[in-house]
Design a protein around this ligand. Structure first.
Ligand SMILES: [Ca+2]
Ligand SMILES: [Ca+2]
Length: 267
């Protein structure tokens, strides 16, 4: 699958740049140089704590375009022992694809792990759908947001007063799946990779949608990888909204969905 896109820091126009995000870890703190090696005109940004493609200036430490020569970025930065750093590799011009490698030089060894999220590219996947036109309803989950439901600050939200229900789903085949809501509520849906923590609603976030299905309903169509766990968080566009909803998953491969129920010892 190809890389996801974002509007990179310093972009001249609001266009989409392909990126790969790489988590860095070292046990020997000190200055390290991170340099790309590619035939592309690369552009690199270093983040700390976490990287959210929807807020590309949040947690940004430094970006570089050409300090490495030959249009390669070179970032020289003090990396703390066991610190959390994410190197985002993108390109100087929008929507460029190609290969690259990254070298890290410094006092110690740097572990580099790709944490690039799965792609949610609507154009790409609608082409996929034309080829694979057999689409089934794979799962339907009915639920309700009530005044007893938990609340959080949803991504892009203005306060901590959005009720939400998390739904875990497991995929068995790498394929595209479409998740839509049906409700009289103005629903808002977010998909997370592997786990969801309501105190850190941007961690593991893949994508959110508000109204792509029309009638204020969300529609999320993503290429999901096989044998993975994802969490769909059903919430609302406006604060303090309660009501019932149905979630429908369509696609060509099977999926297993489970509502996550919270229990309290104090009720
Ligand atoms: Ca460059
Ligand atoms: Ca909506």
């Amino acid at each position: 699958m190809s890389s996801p896109t974002f509007v990179r820091p310093g972009a001249a126009r609001r266009e989409y740049y392909r990126y790969e995000s790489i988590q860095l870890l070292t046990y020997v703190g000190g200055y390290y140089k991170f340099q790309s090696n590619s035939s592309l005109d690369t552009y690199g940004c270093l983040y700390t704590k976490e990287f959210n493609s929807f807020e590309p200036y949040l947690n940004e430490l430094v970006c570089d375009d050409n300090s490495g020569g030959s249009r390669q970025f070179l970032i020289d930065y003090f990396i703390e022992t066991r610190g959390i750093y994410i190197l985002v590799v993108t390109t100087q011009s929008p929507n460029i694809r190609g290969h690259f490698s990254i070298s890290a030089t410094g006092l110690g060894f740097v572990v580099m792990d790709s944490i690039t999220p799965v792609e949610c590219n609507f154009v790409f996947l609608s082409l996929f759908y034309l080829i694979n036109s057999i689409e089934y309803i794979l799962a339907t989950v009915n639920g309700e947001l009530t005044s007893q439901s938990r609340k959080f600050i949803r991504p892009g939200g203005s306060s901590r007063n959005y009720y939400y229900n998390p739904i875990e789903f497991r995929t068995y085949t790498t394929s595209s799946y479409t998740i839509t809501s049906r409700s009289s509520l103005n629903t808002y849906g977010c998909v997370y990779n592997d786990s969801f923590n309501s105190s850190h609603p941007l961690t593991n976030l893949i994508v959110c949608d508000d109204d792509s299905a029309g009638d204020l309903q969300f529609l999320i169509r993503c290429g999901f990888q096989s044998n993975r766990k994802y969490i769909l968080v059903v919430t609302t566009s406006t604060t303090d909204s309660t009501g019932s909803y149905s979630i429908v998953v369509t696609g060509a491969a099977s999926v297993n969905m489970t509502s996550i129920t919270f229990f309290s010892l104090f009720q």
